[in-house]
Design a protein around this ligand. Structure first.
Ligand SMILES: [Zn+2]
Length: 270
């Protein structure tokens, strides 16, 4: 990414800076375990919500730190934002070729999970509520809708679900390999949470490829291949917008994120 930083003008800069200070206060709290880079990204996503760059801020999925979650929730409530607690969203669809018993096992673990969806606009909150209420129905959430609500490129959300399905298929294949293809044995291993080991280097490589993520710098987006390969793609453009926003609110936030990005991915700025 070589685009020069743009001067972003902010109508409510002092409110944004004040919110950033409060978020930083939560991170510095004695009990929060969240690391600095993750907290900086969460803070920028929250500020992006306040600026209208993203309609919904998703709290408690990916970052699992109860003191952080409580602190951010309080800030959202104090600012009069809409907070909806609901199940994890899954726009992946059920018609994915996996056997029912395998899919149901994964879905039952997923059903227990809860996240908070924070919105600024009433209409968005109503839509989020409808999606959460109908989460068990297949048609409640499409990839396009999830992408729009989270402010992510649809191509990258679609790639997320494709990666997830590829991972599940590899898991099923490993179960089968270790059970001699016997379904009863596969089900037993799955229920017992028997650890699975890739049986070959080839399998290990496929597994690593399915799990490899390419975050778009300054965002919580994991890029699809097409966004990653182009310097001017939807995810790269959002990345530049988020970087400009961070720099406009507080150069310290931009630097904090640069440090975290460089640590996690030394070639991110290459
Ligand atoms: Zn993409």
């Amino acid at each position: 990414m070589t685009r020069p930083p743009k001067k972003t003008r902010l109508a409510n800069k002092s409110k944004l800076r004040n919110t950033l200070r409060k978020l930083d206060g939560v991170r510095r709290g004695a009990v929060a375990q969240i690391d600095r880079g993750a907290a900086a990204q969460e803070a920028l996503d929250f500020l992006a919500l306040l600026c209208g760059l993203k309609p919904v801020f998703l709290l408690g999925r990916g970052v699992d730190d109860p003191p952080w979650i409580r602190g951010v929730l309080q800030i959202a409530i104090d600012q009069g934002l809409y907070v909806i607690e609901g199940p994890y969203w899954d726009a992946g669809g059920k018609d994915n070729g996996l056997p029912d018993w395998f899919r149901d096992h994964g879905a039952s673990a997923f059903r227990e999970m809860r996240a908070h969806y924070i919105c600024r606009a009433r209409a968005t909150a109503d839509e989020v509520e409808a999606v959460c209420a109908a989460a068990s129905s297949d048609k409640a959430l499409t990839i396009a809708r999830e992408a729009r609500l989270l402010g992510y490129p649809e191509c990258c959300v679609s790639a997320h679900y494709a990666r997830n399905l590829a991972y599940q298929k590899l898991w099923l294949e490993m179960l089968s390999d270790q059970s001699g293809g016997d379904e009863a044995e596969m089900r037993r291993k799955l229920t017992d949470s028997t650890p699975l080991d890739p049986a070959s280097d080839e399998m290990r490589q496929r597994l690593e490829a399915a799990m490899r993520l390419h975050p778009a710098p300054f965002t919580s987006i994991n890029m699809c291949d097409s966004c990653r390969e182009s310097a001017d793609s939807p995810a790269r453009r959002l990345s530049a917008q988020y970087r400009d926003l961070a720099g406009a609110i507080d150069p310290g936030l931009e630097n904090e994120l640069k440090t975290a990005i460089a640590m996690n991915s030394p070639t991110a700025f290459g």
